[in-house]
Design a protein around this ligand. Structure first.
Ligand code: 5GP
Length: 190
């Protein structure tokens, strides 16, 4: 997605070889027009996948996910990051390791918002090791529902997440794919 590449080039800050900071349009301040355009890209790619709901992981996935859901005329569900296990039958939970915070959290979904016949599109802001997306997929599958696709805003293709999702057979579509990060340098996959 051309506009996203431009913004990453102009405003993204490679904090290290592993972490890209895009606080000015995605992770802190949000550019709604850019999010809207992301929604059109995800809608166009996934429009024939029979999607019934869009899922995301709080909090930075919410903006692109809600724009996608709006354009697909579908509900959007935010998976919550809880610090501890909830001891009741009303939720699905799975433990996920946070890439940026290096802690574990319990990704949580209320059983009210998924049915076995749902086909879910998972949207997230970044793909690094794939822990968050794989955790979201585990919750969908625990409900007997299908992961119909995974939409990523920024994929760091040099990290293991993309391969892990491909190996599971998921249809992954990323709006920007980064080949290499170095302080002050961002290179995209050709
Ligand atoms: P993964 O679970 O794939 O290892 O990491 C994805 C999650 O970690 C995303 O939901 C995102 O919040 C965060 N993340 C991973 N890499 C980056 C990064 O380079 N920059 C930012 N801002 N967040 C990242």
């Amino acid at each position: 997605m051309k506009a996203l590449h431009k913004r990453i080039k102009e405003e993204g800050q490679a904090l290290s070889q592993n972490v890209l900071k895009v606080d000015s349009f995605l992770n802190h301040q949000v550019d709604p027009e850019l999010m809207y355009e992301m929604g059109t890209y995800f809608r166009d790619y996934f429009k024939n996948h029979g999607i019934t709901k869009v899922f995301t992981i709080e909090s930075s996935g919410i903006a692109p996910a809600v724009m996608t859901a709006m354009q697909m005329n579908l509900p959007m569900v935010t998976l919550k990051k809880k610090t501890s296990k909830i001891l009741n039958e009303d939720v699905y939970q799975t433990t996920v390791h946070s890439f940026t915070k290096s802690v574990d959290y319990e990704l949580t979904l209320s059983k009210k918002y998924i049915k076995a016949d749902d086909s879910i599109l998972i949207i997230d802001d970044f793909l690094a090791n794939g822990e968050a997306a794989l955790g979201a997929a585990r919750l969908v599958e625990a409900a007997g529902a299908k992961v119909a696709g995974i939409g990523i805003v920024i994929e760091k293709s040099f990290q293991p997440g993309r391969k892990a999702l491909d190996n599971k057979g998921y249809d992954v579509y990323s709006l920007a794919r980064i080949a290499k990060l170095e302080e002050g340098i961002v290179e995209f996959v050709e």
